[in-house]
Design a protein around this ligand. Structure first.
Ligand SMILES: COc1cccc(CC(=N)NC(=O)c2cccnc2OC2CCNCC2)c1
Length: 386
């Protein structure tokens, strides 16, 4: 039966779509903390819960290896996300994080980590309401334990632990359609190293195109062209926070970032997050991308794809097209093979002109226990998850 689990959860149900009489906002009221289930949900007998403290190199490595071998693959199973350890530590420890929301499942006998799910706190605005939510991510079950119905109990357990911290809403994305997307986004790719992308099968040589013609098509200047374009530094946090808060107001759903959030999420970290700004009598523009390599599954010449993912970008003086072209230029310079973006925010305005091609899939955005009566166009969405 389709969505047997999700029909039991406080999420928008397909049957409610377009029913304007239902009020927007929380679907269920908070439960008194004393009534939240105090003990963990039951797992099948051979398994036990563990809380994954990402401070220890050993646990970090276990989580890294589980994801590197068992996390999301593209539709043709040619690539698998390969989040780095540094990235995972960054992604899982933002201001106000809870270690208890980093949940593992391991085999009692062997102590082997076989499943994982995480939450991090995020203040997210939906229309005029700023809501404390959990951003749920990295749901992963070992390939050998699929269809044992572990995912539903893991989702219930992370929900229970989020409830214990008096948080009642969540945001998450998935490549599959579940009840009920608040937005369906298309992903796009801009080739930076077309020869490698064609060799690994990520891209195909265009019709009537030669390899040399293709390389020439995607060629980029050796350095950024906007005067005042430079890496973000700690001293820029107040200005970038002001710029970003002002810019994100235009979207129906967007993060409500303060200076501490900006300092964590947007200060550059080598091979994790890159951020740049344009300073000409004040900070006028900002662009950023995160680093998420993918394992190339079964290719003789290459084992990994170095990919940049567009994060938050703000243009108030430099045209967004020119700002993003500078982002492509610095990504190419740093050896990225491809630059990925969703059609969220104002991204549609530059995708085609900067020679992005549409990906072969969609990313669905979801809210848990929060109803919006209408799905959002991607251009109304100001939220990028990792
Ligand atoms: C190229 O290697 C891949 C390895 C695994 C999956 C995919 C396709 C895919 N599912 N891509 C995305 O979800 C995606 C495409 C463009 C921008 N962000 C994305 O996902 C982000 C945000 C959600 N969590 C994963 C990373 C590609």
């Amino acid at each position: 039966k389709r969505h047997k689990f999700w029909e039991t959860q406080p999420v928008g149900q397909f049957k409610d779509l377009g029913n304007p009489s239902l009020p927007e906002g929380p679907i269920e009221p908070p439960t008194p903390l004393s009534e939240v289930k105090q003990e963990p949900y039951n797992l099948p007998v051979p398994y036990e819960w563990i809380t994954c403290d990402m401070d220890t190199e050993e646990m970090c490595s276990e989580v890294y290896n589980l994801l590197a071998n068992n996390y999301v693959e593209d539709d043709e199973n040619m690539f698998r996300f390969n989040y780095s350890k540094d990235f995972l530590q960054w992604a899982l420890r933002p201001p106000g994080y809870h270690t208890s929301w980093h949940i593992g499942v391991r085999v009692k006998a062997s102590k082997k980590l076989v499943a994982f799910i995480t939450g991090v706190p995020a203040r997210i605005r939906a229309k005029d309401a700023v809501v404390n939510m959990a951003e749920i991510n990295f749901l992963c079950v070992h390939k050998k334990l699929r269809s044992k119905r572990l995912a539903p109990v893991m989702i219930k357990e992370v929900t229970r632990r989020v409830h214990l911290e008096n948080i009642w809403q969540a945001a998450y994305t998935a490549g599959v359609v579940l009840p009920t997307p608040i937005s369906t986004c298309q992903y796009w790719h801009r080739s930076l190293n077309p020869k490698k992308l064609i060799d690994v099968g990520f891209s195909r040589l265009g019709a009537r195109m030669t390899m040399s013609r293709t390389i020439k098509l995607y060629k980029l200047p050796d350095s950024s062209i906007t005067p005042g374009f430079r890496k973000m530094e700690l001293r820029d946090v107040p200005a970038v926070t002001r710029l970003l808060r002002g810019y994100l107001k235009q979207f129906i759903v967007a993060p409500d970032l303060d200076e501490h959030d900006v300092q964590h999420w947007l200060l550059p970290k080598e091979d994790v997050i890159d951020s740049f700004l344009v300073e000409s009598s004040g900070v006028t523009d900002f662009c950023s991308f995160y680093t998420l390599p993918s394992t190339v599954i079964g290719n003789q010449n290459y084992s990994t794809l170095k990919a940049a993912y567009s994060y938050y970008n703000v243009s108030t003086k430099t045209p967004l097209l020119q700002l993003m072209n500078d982002a492509l230029i610095v990504a190419k310079k740093k050896g990225y093979d491809v630059f990925n973006a969703l059609d969220v925010m104002e991204n549609e305005s530059f995708l085609k002109e900067l020679k992005f091609g549409p990906g072969d899939g969609q990313l669905q955005y979801y809210l848990y226990n929060y109803r919006l009566n209408q799905a959002l166009r991607p251009s109304e969405l100001g939220l990028v998850l990792l």
